[in-house]
Design a protein around this ligand. Structure first.
Ligand SMILES: CC(C)(COP(=O)(O)OP(=O)(O)OC[C@H]1O[C@@H](n2cnc3c(N)ncnc32)[C@H](O)[C@@H]1OP(=O)(O)O)[C@@H](O)C(=O)NCCC(=O)NCCS
Length: 170
């Protein structure tokens, strides 16, 4: 089916929130607590995504659409890491609907996100990934990203979870 990638609009907030919740529940099972994952709510996420799409600031949300259905999204913008310069962009998120994992859509969205960062003048891109998210790490490594040695711990599901930073030259 033909895949189209376009910038998200406020009317996409519901699809983005639904994918966010479904993708987290599928991908992070066994990495984050079941109670947290089972408690994720599309309604709660909807408000955040709608606000972000209505006032995007320097962040851009890209949606992948297949036959008119939104099946994934990615978010790009400047990095806010302490060691970032003004030429460092960030991939803030990339999530697919679980029924579309493993079909090559992630690569299409990633390529699009990186082209956007490149066009905006960024020279390097970084992203943060849960240390335990081996599938996503393999995906990034296949696409040429490398862990740059920086790691931190983030409070995600009430627990401090190790996350590692990846980097690629644009
Ligand atoms: C990471 C992601 C964007 C990659 O996009 P993609 O289009 O699925 O990429 P690929 O086609 O290369 O497949 C990626 C992996 O999904 C796996 N996969 C295939 N079918 C799957 C399924 N039904 N359920 C889970 N994973 C599946 C593939 O086997 C591959 O893993 P591998 O390295 O073990 O082969 C996408 O899989 C996704 O949304 N994952 C969940 C969210 C996530 O982890 N995001 C990154 C946060 S930092």
């Amino acid at each position: 089916m033909a895949l189209r990638i376009r910038e998200a609009e406020p009317r996409d907030a519901e699809a983005v929130a639904r994918i966010h919740v479904r993708s987290w529940q599928a991908a992070y099972r066994g990495q984050l607590s079941d109670a947290y994952l089972d408690g994720l709510s599309v309604e709660e996420r909807l408000g955040q995504h709608r606000a972000a799409l209505e006032s995007p600031g320097p962040h851009r949300t890209w949606v992948a659409e297949e036959g008119g259905r939104v099946v994934g999204f990615a978010v790009t913008g400047p990095s806010q890491d302490a060691d970032a310069d003004e030429r460092t962009g960030e991939l803030y998120a990339i999530y697919l609907d679980p029924d579309r994992f493993g079909a090559g859509i992630g690569k299409r969205l990633l390529d699009h996100a990186l082209a956007d960062l490149r066009e905006r003048g960024f020279r390097t891109a970084t992203l943060w990934v849960l240390e335990t998210n081996e599938r996503a790490r393999r995906f990034y490594e296949r696409e040429g990203w490398r862990a740059d040695g920086l790691s931190t711990r983030e409070r995600v599901d009430g627990e401090m979870r190790p996350t590692v930073r990846y980097r690629i030259l644009l």
